[in-house]
Design a protein around this ligand. Structure first.
Ligand code: MF3
Ligand code: CO
Ligand code: CO
Length: 296
């Protein structure tokens, strides 16, 4: 049996384990949102560190001439080598271990035979399950020399994520995250994708609450220490509308065919602010790992 087949077999048996592990999690629920225990937070933190290192490693592969399938394979092997499971594989039938979304692909791109071209915007979205705990993060990388318009889009998308994360502190309304993201992006002439959102994460891949990247301030759920959720704005050069690929059932593209960028972090609400659980010192050097204080 070759290595790939051995690994596939290993994943199949780990997949059964995964369901078993999930049932062991004790769930404390407040207003429909899981409040994680210290032990669970430590588990998600460890998964997040691995996701950070995985994204950093995969980002270094982004160069003209490489196939997106090579990124998938590297993600798959690196994840297994570190004792974890790639969450996308077999998730609702998703066929690969990572999402790779290029240019006008908004999210959920399936890696395959596409060869990266000079100037491509390449988003890589990694979710790993370590000891039953999930962490989810994505980053948009430049393939070779990217044009100024695409660079500006990517920079503003990164800033939008930061604006959203700055709104994470106890007693603030969840909706202020999306409000600030939308304000930042639209002021600069971009649009915010409505059809896909952030989500609770940690004990499952997608948990409550739904985290909108647009909307009105001071509505709905109030943040509480122990909540863990993603912020993952998808920002478009043109309109916000998306189209789902009818053939593969996964690939999401902008309706107008113009480019889209995205960044994602898994974030913990702390006693006085936020801890970014998927942070990595070199990949995310523009943002601190934790934020506190009243300057917001
Ligand atoms: N990682 C994506 C998210 O941010 C979800 C991918 S689902 C998959 O929520 F099946 F496409 F992997
Ligand atoms: Co996510
Ligand atoms: Co993700």
């Amino acid at each position: 049996m070759n290595t790939l087949r051995k690994r596939v077999k290993k994943v199949a048996s780990m997949d059964e384990l995964k369901d078993h592990t999930l049932m062991q999690h004790k769930k404390k629920i407040v207003n429909g949102v899981y409040i994680k225990s210290e032990e669970q937070i430590e588990g998600i933190r460890r998964a997040g560190e691995l996701v950070g290192r995985t994204l950093k490693m995969l980002g270094e592969m982004v160069k003209p001439g490489i196939k997106t399938e090579e990124i998938n394979r590297a993600c798959h092997e690196y994840t297994l080598d570190h004792g974890a499971i790639p969450a996308p594989l077999n998730y609702n039938g998703f066929p690969k271990s990572v999402c790779v979304s290029v240019n006008e692909v908004v999210c959920h791109g399936i890696p395959g035979n596409y060869v990266l071209q000079d100037g491509d915007l390449v988003n890589i979205d990694v979710t790993s399950i370590l000891n039953g705990y999930y962490a989810d993060s994505n980053f948009t990388f430049y393939c070779g020399a990217v044009d100024e318009v695409s660079k500006k889009l990517t920079e503003v998308t990164f800033e939008s994520l930061v604006k959203g994360i700055e709104q994470i502190f106890p007693d603030n309304h969840l909706s202020n995250i999306g409000f600030k993201i939308q304000k930042h992006a639209e002021k600069r002439g971009y649009s915010v994708v409505r059809d896909y959102t952030g989500h609770g994460v940690g004990l499952e891949f997608h948990e409550p609450p739904t985290v909108l990247h647009y909307g009105r301030p001071n509505r709905g759920v109030k943040l509480m220490p122990g909540m863990v959720f993603t912020v993952e704005p998808m920002i478009n050069l043109g309109g916000w509308e998306t189209v789902l690929d009818k053939k593969d059932g996964w690939t999401v593209r902008t309706k107008d065919g113009r480019r889209s960028a995205q960044f994602e972090h898994s974030c913990l609400v702390t006693q006085n602010g936020v801890e970014i659980l998927t942070w990595h010192p070199e990949l995310w050097k523009g943002i601190p790992r934790t934020m506190t204080g009243t300057s917001r």
